[in-house]
Ligand binder design. Structure first.
Ligand code: C5P
Length: 222
């Protein structure tokens, strides 16, 4: 069986990374969380007091930043300049600013180059917003994963509770809607289903159901 490339795109909190991680684990593929890369740059920009409206300043910062996606049991750690920042990049502050950072053309071009370089021939699962449309337009399998906004907010709420973070369902919903709007309406590679992507609505599916469905689709392409 040949290693294939699997692109998983979709709106915020649709379960992309949970599913992508499990699939990569099952198939012994490389998992690449591209959202984590934009989050890492956003975290460093906040720390360095960089203007989030400046594509140039952010691109310069990115040039000076080492972002490593380190595989670890059941997932992926994110190291910025030699420090494990896996927790920090999920903060409210970063989540609130990341779509702005990700809207800039030079930043995106540099990230896309990095992401393409990380994809290898031995099998890759990459999740994000523009994987099927821009990063890996020739991916063997493209999935566009969605769920109702209420379901996505509820899942994020439960996930936060498990991590000991107490949040309000209503504000999570607003945050998700705001981010989806920014990601869908930006000029450079907006969030959009690729013409050849398979739509998977996970609203009433369990994690196992979604994993099984994607694996089945993947096996048809190996
Ligand atoms: O996937 P995650 O929610 O961690 O992504 C954080 C943000 O990074 C998204 O809301 C989006 O603004 C940006 N992003 C992007 N392109 C990708 C992945 C993420 O613009 N391929």
């Amino acid at each position: 069986l040949k290693g294939i490339s699997i692109a998983i795109d979709g709106p915020a909190a649709a379960g992309k990374s949970t599913i992508a991680k499990r699939i990569a684990q099952k198939l012994h593929y490389t998992y690449i969380d591209t959202g984590a890369m934009y989050r890492a740059l956003t975290h460093k920009a906040i720390q360095s007091d960089i203007d989030m409206d400046s594509d140039n300043d952010l691109a310069d910062l990115l040039m000076d930043t080492e972002i490593l996606l380190v595989p670890e049991k059941g997932g992926q750690a994110v190291w910025i300049d030699g420090i494990d920042c896996s927790e920090e990049i999920r903060s409210q502050l970063v989540t609130g600013a990341v779509s702005k950072v990700a809207s800039h053309p030079t930043v995106r071009k540099m990230m896309v180059d990095k992401q393409r370089a990380l994809a290898n021939d031995s099998g890759v699962v990459m999740d994000g917003r523009d994987i099927g449309t821009e990063v890996l337009p020739n991916a063997d399998l493209k999935i566009f994963m969605t769920a109702s906004v209420d379901e996505r907010a509820e899942r994020r709420f439960q996930e936060n509770e498990k991590r000991g973070i107490h949040s309000s369902l209503e504000s999570l919903k607003e945050d998700i809607e705001r981010r989806d709007r920014a990601d869908s309406e930006r000029e450079v590679s907006p969030l959009k289903k690729a013409a050849d992507a398979i739509l998977v609505d996970t609203t009433s599916m369990s994690i196992d159901d979604v994993v099984d469905k994607v694996i089945e689709l993947a096996e048809m392409r190996m």
